[in-house]
Design a protein around this ligand. Sequence first.
Ligand code: ADP
Ligand code: ZN
Length: 729
Amino acid sequence: MREFYAEGELVSVLTAQPLDRLLDYKAPEGGCWRGAFVEVPLGPRKVLGVIWGDGIGGFDLSKARSVNRVLDVAPMREEMRQFLTKVGAYTLTPMSAMLRLATRAPGLGDAPSMRKVYRLGSVAPDRMTDARTRVLEVLRDYGGLAFTLSELAEMAGTSSSVIKGLVKQGAVSEEDSPRDLPYPRLDPDYGAKDLSDDQAAAAETLRAKMRSGAYGTTLLKGVTGSGKTEVYLEAVAEALRIGRQALVLLPEIALTSEFITRVEARFGMKPAEWHSGVTMTERRRCWKMVGNGDAQLVVGARSALYLPYRDLGLIVVDEEHDTSYKQDDGVLYNARDMAVLRASLNNAQVVLASATPSLESWANVEAGKYDRITLTSRFGDAVLPDMKAIDMRAEDVPSGRWISPSLRSAIIDRMEKGEQSLVFLNRRGYAPLTICRACGHQIACDHCDARMVEHRFLKRLMCHQCGETKPMPEVCPNCQAEGKLNPVGPGVERMAEEVVEMFPDAKIAVLSSDLFGSARALKEKIEEIGRGETDIIIGTQLVAKGHNFPRLTLVGVIDADLGLQGSDLRAAERTFQLMRQVAGRAGRAETPGIALLQTYQPEHHVIRAILSGDEEEFWKAEAAERKAAGVPPYGRMAGIVISGPDMQEVFDLGNALARRADPLTRIGAQVFGPAPAPIARIRGRHRVRLLVKADKTAPLQSALQQWVAQVRVPNNVRLSIDIDPQSFY
Ligand code: ADP
Ligand code: ZN
């Protein structure tokens, strides 16, 4: 393939338009390199594209239009092109969608110039209006970030004249700023900590791997608080020293600000950030600077994998077992696996950090594909908490209450010592079910096959599938009986009620992702808890991740059996990970902690494994079971969901596919279904599922493509294929 095309030569261009083919254009004045980002005319519009290769031709060349211009950004590198191509082939995603993923920043073609930016000023405005309050709130929420006029107006939902008014008064400051500044240099030797012996050994192993300049993946395993973050920051430091870029992926935006603070303490400056909470201007800056090599470290969400790194040397996937690394909409990819692919194309190193690794990574270590480093003890004097079961069959708990007498006395004990307790329940809202005591009617979503969850805090019912909410009805929608609607089962909000009643003098905080309007409010609450200003924390999964609460010494799990139900093949693995993670919140500082698990089945093998803490045993048993069943990571799976407004139509398509399974059976794969999906209706669309199981080595993607190509998908029906599905819904 050619590298350079002279003016007028025919080139093929990949655009982000959903066309599923390359388009031919003539190279512009001055010619263009393969990989160049360009602007091309498409009908009446101008769209972004990449010079992909030789023109395809086969039409009247005098009709070919010319590339408008080459954009002033670094051309797409060869390894990026390969990465996008491979991810596209693996996930069966068209290249146009892959390019969209790789160019998620606005105005990439804009010329560098000065612009006005706005920050919080120092003077209070003479009078407040709602609009003014919103503007100042946005500026405060993003602490110190500068916005352009239109960004700020959009985020505050006001007109630009409101902002100009605030500028006049000095409540908002206006300054000139060059577009897209490079990020400040990070200093690898700033703020280095004295490492413990096994931390130091782990860090040296990673540094040596960085220096090797070769590809490699290391599972960095260690209990929460053992210093995994400190250790992988040393690998980042080595990347900085040898002049290569590093990327740290975090599973949740809520964790970023705490992490950025740590990076600043370690390297003296803040890194680049890339996630959905970052302003559009910052996104473009990040995208461009990553391409120039002027961003040395990116901290971000999974889509940061698709930034145009000039020389990516290290990818850290923190909390690698976290299910949020699997994208649930749009392009279905697992960021952990794609990080490994990206690194292998770029002679880079991957560090997968976790206290509770996924079975996939564990199996890759067993198979010798990944290396493993284990940090065995907690840093300093902190020890792992004891874990004990509370057998709920022997506890006297009134109906509509969930805290057992044993857990209650443990909490009282902590309060007397001035220590903190966490009451953990992985369920948002007040009650998962609302039922009419007169007729038995259960309030369900109008658009989904799901019950509405009461959110008392918002005074509404909410569908956790589609997000639809409605006010809590006064009378039963079915029998019109008054005052008969009853909540059934607990959510965190209801637990909070019980805790308040049981411990009227305690200072209480509820941590649930839906109770905080902004990332800043959540951050403040977390800091408050960290300072020890709370006696009892009531929380969902949100608290299981990463935060550091030094005075927390007791974790009470309300329903340890919750995750064990259901047909998900990873149910045991997930429960095991979640329970160990939550327990790991206790006893991070000097005082030892304890975790109490309320369970109705203390003899269940997963509960027993959690209590004994014998992870290797658990993994071996789990691996043996999955091997026997031929499921991931020992076999491959693909989930096919067909959805549409008409139930018959989606079933017909599912049946048609099931009847024509030849392309799959030829490679030894099995097809199951069609069956109604576990959630058979979402947003008014009926959903039917097929499941394909194949050998690990079978050429699954090409067989799937041949298979679905046999049927015609009606216009209003959607067929989506999820390779390696993580969730089954
Ligand atoms: P993990 O990532 O395994 O949960 P961290 O790296 O966050 O562990 O370490 C837990 C806590 O202990 C953090 O507050 C961290 O700063 C501190 N810590 C760990 N190792 C050291 C060290 N060598 N020197 C000083 N503090 C350390
Ligand atoms: Zn719904």
